[in-house]
Design a protein around this ligand. Structure first.
Ligand code: SAH
Length: 370
């Protein structure tokens, strides 16, 4: 019996419209087949070429020979008491990553992972403690949106689950998986993909400065930065990439990014509040001063604990006092409501199962035992 090697097939799921059109032209087909297939995949969640009824039988058979439409495999699905849903999806090579859907009225925000693990090792993030395995492909990134959008009960139209916002705030540093993250975001925003507005697709970075400029050249998504400290001394400890790209360079890159966007959007500044570490009033005052030259809104995230962390969440009182200092200085400062923590789906709790290639998780376990 002849068995075809499924690995040899081209996965169409992660292809942008331009790539799909090029694929069909290469097959000797018309360019518009690209639009048709894109719609089948993302509007209707179809993965079997045989169901694509506006194409000839011959073409469907040919496609099935050379191509496939394959998202990551769901291994676990959890629903929180507050309605937050988390999927653990397996990717090739043995790792798994997590995706979280946070409903809010008739809207919903999807938090998408870009890497299995993370190389940046921020001291308060559980993903960082897992070490790093590999970049996700564009198919594996958009595949998370694909899975979440099919989980709704209304299968009639587009965007069933009503994913109104996507945040690239799951596992990994999206700017260190640049091309795949950008291509996946293009599909999120494209009318034949998920049609989500560029204002509602947000990439969050720990501060890979040169890639912020690169992003401005090829995309126009909204930008969030993980700041977490008002000065370099403290930020060096919490977000080690700060030693390479200090705060002044990060803020300058954000200013350039806003200039390229050229609209009225602002940067979202994420600031995780850790008890006794970065949550004092003097930190809030220093932050207010630091951010004066940057059009921004501040999102305060009470620290979410995970096993073996030495850190604790700031008290409610400390969070509100911190927020008040920023509000008095004229900032819009919101406190991120913790969602899905009963299913370990809150910020910084996403771990999946990372086949660590940095041996960092081993070092971490040894360190916390000492
Ligand atoms: N690498 C990117 C994308 C991850 S986003 C980035 O750093 O921005 C995840 C967000 O959750 C970041 O702002 C991160 O700093 C924050 N976070 C990480 N661990 C956390 C924790 N334990 N509690 C609260 N927020 C956390």
């Amino acid at each position: 019996m002849v068995t075809s090697n499924p690995k040899a097939k081209i996965n169409l799921l992660g292809m942008t419209i331009g790539q799909l059109e090029a694929f069909f032209l290469e097959l000797g087909e018309k360019r518009f087949r690209g639009s048709q297939v894109m719609k089948w995949m993302h509007h209707y969640g179809v993965s079997d070429f045989n169901d694509m009824t506006n194409m000839s039988k011959a073409l469907r058979l040919q496609l099935a020979e050379v191509a496939e439409i394959r998202g990551p495999e769901i291994v676990e699905q959890h629903t929180s008491e507050d309605g937050t849903k988390k999927w653990v999806v397996k990717i090739e090579g043995g790792s798994s990553v997590e995706t979280v859907l946070i409903p809010d009225g008739n809207r919903a925000t999807l938090c998408v992972s870009s890497q299995a693990g993370c190389a940046l090792d921020c001291s308060f993030c559980s993903t960082g403690k897992q070490g790093f395995n590999r970049n996700l492909s564009a198919a594996e990134i958009i595949g998370q949106v694909w899975i979440a959008s099919q989980s709704g009960s209304n299968r009639a139209g587009t965007n069933d689950q009503n994913i109104s916002n996507v945040v690239m705030m799951g596992m990994g540093e999206p700017l260190l998986n640049f091309d795949n993250a950008v291509n996946a975001m293009e599909i999120m925003m494209h009318d034949l993909g998920y049609g989500i507005s560029k204002r509602r697709v947000t990439l969050s970075t720990a501060g890979v400065v040169p890639e912020i400029d690169h992003l401005g050249e090829v995309s126009d998504v909204s930008l969030a930065i993980s700041l977490h400290a008002p000065n370099d001394e403290l930020r060096n400890q919490l977000v080690p990439i700060n030693r390479k790209y200090p705060i002044s360079e990060l803020i300058a890159a954000c200013q350039r990014y806003l200039k390229v966007l050229g609209d009225r959007r602002v940067i979202t500044v994420e600031y995780t509040l850790i008890e006794g570490v970065n949550d004092q009033l003097l930190h809030a005052r220093e932050l207010a001063k630091l951010l004066r030259p940057l059009p921004c809104k501040i999102n305060l995230i009470p620290f979410n604990p995970f096993p073996n962390t030495p850190y604790r969440r700031s008290s409610r009182k400390a969070v509100l006092a911190f927020q008040q200092v920023l509000a008095d200085a004229g900032y819009t400062a919101t406190v991120r409501v913790t969602r899905g923590d009963d299913i370990a789906a809150a910020c910084g709790q996403l771990v999946g199962e990372v086949q660590d290639r940095t041996r960092r998780s081993e070092r971490y376990i040894t360190a916390v035992r000492l």
